[in-house]
Design a protein around this ligand. Structure first.
Ligand SMILES: Nc1ncnc2c1ncn2[C@@H]1O[C@H](COP(=O)(O)OP(=O)(O)OP(=O)(O)O)[C@@H](O)[C@H]1O
Length: 677
């Protein structure tokens, strides 16, 4: 029996889909789903498991995108899965649930609520400014007519006007200042929360998201969202207050005239809402296209040497320009929509005044209204219509900000599973015994391809094991699992006979030294790069000592500022970067050392020199070492050599045993020897 599951997997998908795929998938798979129940299996951090439990089960027949939107928490990604008879799951559709304005505002409030006093003072001054400003037209008209009639009323009104202007000025200043501060608080908290969420993500998350996309979220999107409090909400609230005040006053002055103005305002509001919705959609697209353009630019500029050597500058320019064109087209449509909104506003704005003068003039002639009242009416109808305009304008901006906030909040909500294992156990005395028990693994981005298949391997404490094999056979993946950058799909990894998932991962990583294939250094001085991530205080003498062991001291000393030289990845050669990475790894005196092609860029002499210090630490203590190498001459002295092919271990033994076996290892050794003849 097949059943359907609705599963929140926010980190899986990075593009927005239209509603089409769900309906299409539903139709095509409908017959295969017998009782057709949808269950919500997981929820994001913000929606929490309790709210997930509260979500109703849906009949498959009822899945339509609108219904889906109404029952699921906003701002998240959901995956629709189908479970077959054997319990296997396959993706049916993926869908994003948009964020409503109220939800977005609530989430922003959570971020600024710690400093709520700023927002409260802002709103109090907004009230003061709105009230004093709304009174000004009344007293302006009253003063003119009081002057015409002569008398003390004129002077009283004039004094009141001065007071109102002062109050309005002070309150507006305070309002602007407080909302500005709230704005900055929001941007900072958003960036802090988002950056923190990103730093703790599983590595598989970064396999699927691009750096360009993520930096766009942190940069322009957070900035755009921050307009909500400082600009949009502030101005919308002010204009709602002033507009409502003006409307009430108009109805009191003359209800027939007031009602006709209200009809015009309602028309304007309808156009405003339609326009706002369109702008929200357009903002989402702009956000996606900008991120894609950034991604292309970032990739091309970081690979500029390859681009130059292959002469693909024009091709790369076109790739970037295609996104700019999409951005231009969407902004063109946005401008046209804005033009239509402005046209409607201007037409309706002048219509209100003409209507007031024509109908009001007739009312004056029939004695139903005085000239003073009509003057006040015209002044306030202008207020009303201008307030509606401002609300519309800021509503558009609010919609754009809410659109931009969806992806930001979606990323903020991601909770990495390995994060929880920070609470795991710390072993008393790590010996360095490692066991892979029938470990199989597939990357989430390619779930159907098994990269490791039933790998069974035991490594004794202080043993030096070399892992070799053809490119793509799964060697790096094996050590990635040991570092818990990924978790096995099946099977288990034991460290000193303890399941790796029970161990405090941070504690374990502090005891593992790792040098990867292409070490990249941080933009800090060489000394800080060597000390990077070392859990204890390190003296300069220790840094120099490990640099000497890694055969890096001589070239570092030759640099103009020695150990204080700022690292620029283009300043150092591949071999020099590898030596700094080796120094960094051995500085932390690891009990387990993993070298993934760590000496591939070293010359034979450096490699020979460096290899000696890898087996044991400064105090003579031994360590477990896993070496991955393509240059087979460098691993012949290993205690054991493990040969991998297509994700499986196919041979194991010492160099001599494997040569005698005459299998893949022996073939590889012969080929490498032939290559040098
Ligand atoms: N992050 C990833 N997402 C999806 N597939 C991946 C990822 N990393 C590696 N692979 C795939 O997994 C397979 C094994 O890769 P792995 O890097 O473990 O091989 P390897 O033996 O270390 O190769 P090499 O010797 O070239 O470094 C390859 O087919 C590769 O394409």
């Amino acid at each position: 029996m097949a059943s359907m599951h609705l599963l929140s997997t926010p980190h899986r998908f990075s593009t927005y889909l239209s509603h089409k795929p769900i309906s299409r998938c539903r139709r095509s798979r409908h017959r295969r789903t017998r009782h057709g129940l949808i269950s919500v299996r997981a929820a994001t951090a913000s929606s929490s498991s309790s709210s997930a439990a509260a979500l109703p089960s849906l009949s498959v027949d009822n899945i339509n995108p609108k219904r889906l939107k109404s029952v699921l928490p906003g701002g998240t990604w959901w995956r629709l899965e189908e479970e077959d008879e054997k319990g296997g799951r396959s993706n049916v559709a993926k869908k994003s649930v948009g964020l409503s304005v109220v939800t977005a505002l609530k989430r922003m409030w959570v971020l600024v609520s710690q400093d709520r006093w700023v927002v409260f003072i802002g709103f109090a001054s907004l009230l003061g400014a709105a009230f004093s400003e709304i009174c000004i037209p009344h007293f302006l008209a009253a003063s003119i007519f009081a002057a015409q009639n002569g008398g003390a009323l004129f002077y009283n009104n004039a004094k009141l006007l001065v007071l109102l202007c002062l109050t309005s000025g002070i309150c507006s200043g305070l309002r602007g200042c407080c909302f500005g501060i709230a704005n900055n608080i929001l941007v900072r908290r958003m960036r802090e929360t988002l950056y923190n969420a990103l730093l703790f993500q599983e590595i598989s998350f970064f396999d699927e998201e691009t750096v360009g996309d993520l930096t766009s979220r942190l940069g322009s999107d957070c900035q755009q969202v921050s307009r909500v409090i400082g600009n949009d909400l502030n101005l919308i609230s002010r204009n709602i207050l002033q507009g409502t005040g003006a409307l009430v006053y108009l109805l009191v002055l003359s209800w027939p005239l007031g009602l006709s103005t209200m009809v015009i305002c309602c028309t304007l509001s309808t156009i405003m809402i339609v326009h706002g919705r369109y702008q929200k959609k357009a903002a989402k697209l702009t956000q996606e296209y900008t991120a894609s353009a950034n991604e292309v630019a970032q990739e091309t500029l970081s690979l500029v040497r390859t681009v130059r050597v292959y002469g693909t500058e024009k091709q790369e320019f076109k790739r970037y320009d295609s996104w700019l064109e999409k951005l231009y087209n969407i902004s063109l449509r946005q401008s046209m929509a804005y033009g239509f909104w402005s046209l409607s506003f201007n037409y309706l704005y002048h219509s209100t005044q003409v209507l007031a003068v024509v109908i009001g003039g007739m009312f004056i002639m029939s004695g139903r209204i005085t000239a003073e009242k009509l003057t006040k009416f015209i002044l306030y109808s202008e207020w009303l219509i201008l307030s509606t305009w401002w609300i519309g304008d800021n509503w558009t901006s609010l919609m754009q900000s809410v659109g931009a906030s969806e992806k930001v909040f979606r990323l903020m909500d991601l909770v990495p599973s390995t994060y929880f294992s920070l609470k795991g156990r710390k072993l008393e005395n790590l010996e360095g015994r490692l066991q892979f028990l029938n470990v199989s693994f597939s990357y989430a981005s390619r779930p159907t391809v098994q990269v490791l298949r039933q790998v069974h391997l035991s490594i004794q404490p202080n043993e030096v094991v070399a892992v070799v094999g053809l490119s793509g056979s799964g060697k790096s993946t094996l050590v990635n699992l040991l570092l818990r950058l990924y978790d096995p799909s099946s099977g288990q990894i034991l460290v000193d006979d303890n399941p790796i998932d029970d161990i405090d991962i941070k504690w374990l990583r502090e005891r593992i030294g790792y040098v990867g294939q292409e070490p990249r250094l941080f933009r800090m001085d060489i000394s800080s790069n060597i000390k990077y991530g070392c859990p204890r205080e390190v003296s300069h003498e220790e840094v120099v000592q490990v640099a000497k062991q890694a055969y890096a001291h001589d070239f570092i000393s030759a640099l103009p500022e020695g150990y204080k030289t700022m690292v620029d990845n283009s300043l150092l050669s591949g071999g020099q970067k590898q030596r700094i990475a080796i120094a960094r790894a051995i500085l932390r005196e690891p009990k387990i050392l993993i070298l993934d092609e760590a000496t591939s860029a070293l010359d034979a002499e450096s490699e020979h020199y460096v290899k000696g210090v890898m087996r044991s630490g400064n105090n003579g203590s031994k360590r477990t070492v896993i070496v991955i190498a393509h240059r087979l001459s460098t691993i012949q002295a290993a205690d054991r050599i493990v040969v991998m092919d297509s994700g499986k271990i196919i041979e194991m033994g010492s160099h001599t045993q494997l040569i005698q076996k005459d299998g893949l290892y022996s073939r590889l050794v012969k080929r490498q020897a032939d290559a040098f003849e």
